[in-house]
Every structure is written in C-alpha cells, then in structure tokens.
Design a protein around this ligand. Structure first.
Ligand code: AQP
Length: 330
C-alpha cells in the first residue's frame, strides 16, 4: 500500500503566508510522491468563533481555490471539505472513548484559544485534538505535514492510535509521523514577533493574506515592526527582524546567513522594499489564480464533490474495519 499524506486548514478566514510557508508549500512537493488528501477542516472552524453561514461557505470555496492556486493538483490529490465525509465525526466519537481526559487537559492550544473564562469554551474546542486525530487516523495516514503549532496535537494522535492498537492487541492504526519544515514551521505576526501569524489576529497588519493586493502587501511590510538601528549582524533577541529575514530567506531560497550578509550593505528601508517585492512575486500569481477560480464556483464545487467521493471510499472501508474490531454488529 502506498503511504498516505493528510493535512488540512480551517476555513476560519483567508489563508495567509504562514499557512503557505508552514503547510501548503510542502504539500505541493509531497503530492508528487504520496497519495495525498488535503482537507478543508470546516468542522474545526466552528469550535470557536462562529462565522455567519455565507462567510463560512465563501471561505470554504476560497480555501479550495487557494489550495489549487498554490499548486495542489486536484487530478493528483484529493481536495475535499471535512463535513462532507461523515466518518470524521463518527471516528471522533469512537476515539473519544479511548482518550483519557487527562491527555486533553495537557493541550496548550485549548488553554490559549479558550481565553480567560474556560467554562464558556465549547466542548468542541476542548475535544478539537481528538477530531484532528480522527481526521488523520481515518485514512491510515503515514505523514502529516503541518506547522510547529500542531506538534502537540500530532503527538496526541499517535498516543490515541497506540492506545487503540494496544487495547485490542493488534496493529490496526498506522502511527502517523509529523513533517515539519524547520525554517518556516512558525511564521510570526508582522506586528509582534512573539506571536504566530494567525487568521484570527484582530490586527489587519499582522498578516499577509494570500489574496492581498500588491499595494496592501507593500503597506503591510512598510508598517511591519522592526528595530532599524541594529542592522542585520546579530538577530538574537530581535523576534520581529528575525521573522522578516526568515520569510525573505524562505521565499528567496537564500540562507539566513547570506540574506543578512547581503542586507547588511543596505538600510532597513531597502530591505523592506526588497522583501515586499519578493512577497508580491509569490503572492500576486496566487491571488490572480484564486480570483480566476472563484469566478466558476460550480467547477470548484465539482472538484470538492469528487474529492469527497474518493475520501469517503477510503474512510468507509476503514470505519467498517474499526467497528468490526470493537465488536459492533453491522
Ligand atoms: N504562522 C504560521 N506559521 C507556520 N505554519 C502555520 N500554520 C498556521 N499558522 C502558521 C499551519 O497551517 C496549517 C493550518 O492551520 P489552521 O489555519 O487550520 O489553524 P491554526 O494553526 O490555528 O491557524 P491560524 O491562522 O492561527 O487560524 P485561526 O486563527 O483560525 O486559529 C497548520 O499546519 C498550521 O500548523
């Protein structure tokens, strides 16, 4: 059996440069080598801030368009939305019954996202990592390409898979492995280099969205927080400039050392101009392709429906085996 790659992004907003560099960029390469499923994880998107229905629907189509615009080929990979394959929610319930509450209490993302009043957070936000484990284990996934923030959730998915296998003394679930790109595993906010770039950041200038206009990108980079008086010799203790150099180096393919050496010959204004141009050279063609694809929503819908059919076939077979192992009469 060929190894399976699975990953997903929440349609909780417009996808950004962090999503691209931390996740999607490696999906594009992996799809050539492995059977790949790229999911729009809409069930996850209702665990915290619930968007109006029309906005969520638009975000789902936009996420599909973004995957394709970034280079995911629907002929090669399975693109679909999570809520259209009922096996995700079904397996989530089954796995919850093998997951001790103590394991969930350790999850730092819940602590961050629940805010100060945890009693008001939804049960869905609390059990989010079990749904993520179900997403992965449903397809007997071998590799999960994600950003650094998902490391703890992936460890939990491995623990849950092992707990199930050990309980029935068999090797049913493939134990998934995380794939993280060292350099770009955590792209930080342009306004605060200690926080990750995030769709839900209230500051518009914290994030480069993949549908930003060229002018907006220039503005966001001009406004990006830096400490211009220090040059590029030592980046230690300078999270904002470190982040910008990291983005420059990831997009240009030049090492951080080389980038610093080159930029040391110039001032911060020059660096920001070069960085904005580089980002535009990557984001502008993506934005144009997204806008093009969005003109034909029924075509995007067809791609998603086709993906659902293929994903459900794998999921249903696995679910049948899991239910049989547990002892359900079907
Ligand atoms: N800043 C980032 N740097 C590197 N990778 C990132 N990812 C997200 N932000 C960064 C990776 O993108 C994939 C999808 O993440 P997600 O959007 O489903 O959830 P998230 O990590 O919670 O992202 P956001 O932007 O912060 O969303 P909201 O604000 O809605 O919660 C994952 O592989 C993630 O690691």
């Amino acid at each position: 059996m060929t190894d399976i790659v699975f990953s997903g992004i929440q349609p909780s907003g417009v996808l950004h440069l962090g999503n691209y560099l931390g996740a999607i960029k490696q999906w594009v390469d992996l799809q050539k080598q492995y059977k790949s499923l790229f999911c729009i994880v809409d069930l996850h998107a209702i665990t915290a801030n619930k968007l109006p229905a029309d906005e969520l629907r638009n975000n789902i189509f936009k996420a599909a368009a973004t995957y394709i615009a970034c280079g995911i080929d629907p002929k090669q990979s399975i693109i679909f939305s999570q809520s259209t394959v009922s096996g995700h929610a079904e397996l989530c319930w089954l796995l919850e019954c093998y997951t001790p509450i103590g394991w969930l209490n350790r999850m730092t993302q819940f602590k961050d996202k629940a805010g100060s009043d945890k009693q008001k957070a939804s049960l869905g936000l609390y059990s989010y990592p079990v749904l993520m484990a179900a997403d992965i284990l449903l397809y007997q996934t071998k590799y999960v390409p994600v950003g650094d923030d998902q490391k703890q959730h992936l460890e939990l998915a491995r623990d849950i898979a092992s707990a199930f296998n050990n309980h029935y003394k068999l090797e049913h679930f493939t134990i998934p492995e995380i794939l993280i790109l060292d350099q770009t595993s955590r792209i930080m906010s342009l306004r605060d280099g200690t926080n990750k770039m995030s769709k839900s950041d209230p500051s518009e200038y914290s994030c480069i969205n993949l549908d930003d206009t060229d002018d907006l990108i220039i503005k966001k980079i001009e406004k990006a927080k830096t400490d211009s008086e220090h040059g590029f010799t030592d980046l230690k203790g300078r999270p904002e400039i470190n982040n910008l150099v990291n983005i420059y180096s990831a997009l240009s393919g030049s090492s951080v050392e080389k980038t610093c050496e080159e930029m040391n010959k110039h001032d911060m204004k020059y660096f920001k101009k070069e960085l904005a141009e580089l980002i535009i050279s990557i984001v502008s063609p993506i934005r144009e392709k997204i806008n093009d694809l969005l003109k034909d929503q029924s075509h995007l819908h067809e791609i998603l429906k086709n993906g659902t059919e293929k994903a459900a076939e794998i999921a249903n077979q696995n679910l049948k085996e899991i239910k049989n192992i547990i002892g359900f009469v079907q």
